[in-house]
Design a protein around this ligand. Structure first.
Ligand code: ADP
Ligand code: MG
Length: 201
């Protein structure tokens, strides 16, 4: 069995507009300056700006491969794995729970895995695999945005309007960052029904 130097899991999380993608792009660019070989992925649910790149709300980009599932990500990654040192994943909250075991597998192969994603949904519930990934990470960076009501640090993503689907992809106009005091979760008889749609993996 080949013994690999230990890898590293870094999770970058927080609400929308907190600078997760910016921070991921910054780390990926620095890795490339250090001549490390980088591969970046994102789930295809997020087609906001580009199919072949991740993008921040401040228009910074980094090339990325779009994948539908963790299985897809694995299929894209593994043939080239020997040539890759650093693996970036943006919007990881949209991936299925298999991303957790894949991350563990990759870190044992000596890879550095940079994972960006929302920690909570618009109902302030833990979002998909991110809480698990935070638990197993070497380092968690929890960023805050700026509350659009008062300017305080914002930890929540407020959905504007009436839609209660878990996944409504978009940005400005559909969501805004809010602090604890100004965040209003959707609360009525549909609330408990809605929570069942939240991935629990
Ligand atoms: P995330 O990936 O966390 O959604 P991005 O990295 O895409 O965040 O975008 C962060 C950028 O969004 C900030 O640098 C800033 O230019 C812009 N921005 C827009 N609204 C806000 C806000 N309410 N709080 C902080 N930054 C904001
Ligand atoms: Mg982002």
């Amino acid at each position: 069995m080949t013994i690999h130097a230990p890898g590293r899991i870094e999770v970058i999380t927080g609400p929308m507009f907190s600078g997760k993608s910016e921070e991921l792009i910054r780390r990926l660019k620095r890795a490339r300056i250090a001549r490390q070989r980088v591969a970046c992925y994102k789930p295809d649910i997020d087609l906001r700006y580009h199919r072949t790149a991740i993008a921040s709300h401040s228009a910074q980009t980094h090339e990325a491969v779009t994948v539908a599932t963790t299985e897809d990500l694995k299929a894209a990654l593994f043939p080239n794995l020997a040539e890759i040192d650093v693996i970036g994943i943006d919007e990881a909250q949209f991936l299925d729970s298999a991303i957790i075991s894949l991350t563990v597998e990759l870190v044992h192969l000596g890879k550095r895995i940079l994972i960006a994603g929302l920690d909570t949904t618009f109902n302030a519930e833990p979002f998909g695999p991110i809480p698990n990934l935070m638990a197993i990470a070497d380092e968690v960076t929890k960023l805050s945005a700026v509350c659009m009501t008062c300017g305080a640090p914002a930890i929540h993503t407020q959905r504007l309007g009436q839609s209660q689907e878990l996944v409504v992809v978009g940005a400005a106009g559909l969501y805004e960052a809010r602090c604890r005091a100004h965040f209003q979760p959707y609360l009525d008889e549909h609330h408990s029904e809605q929570l069942e749609l939240t991935p629990t993996n």
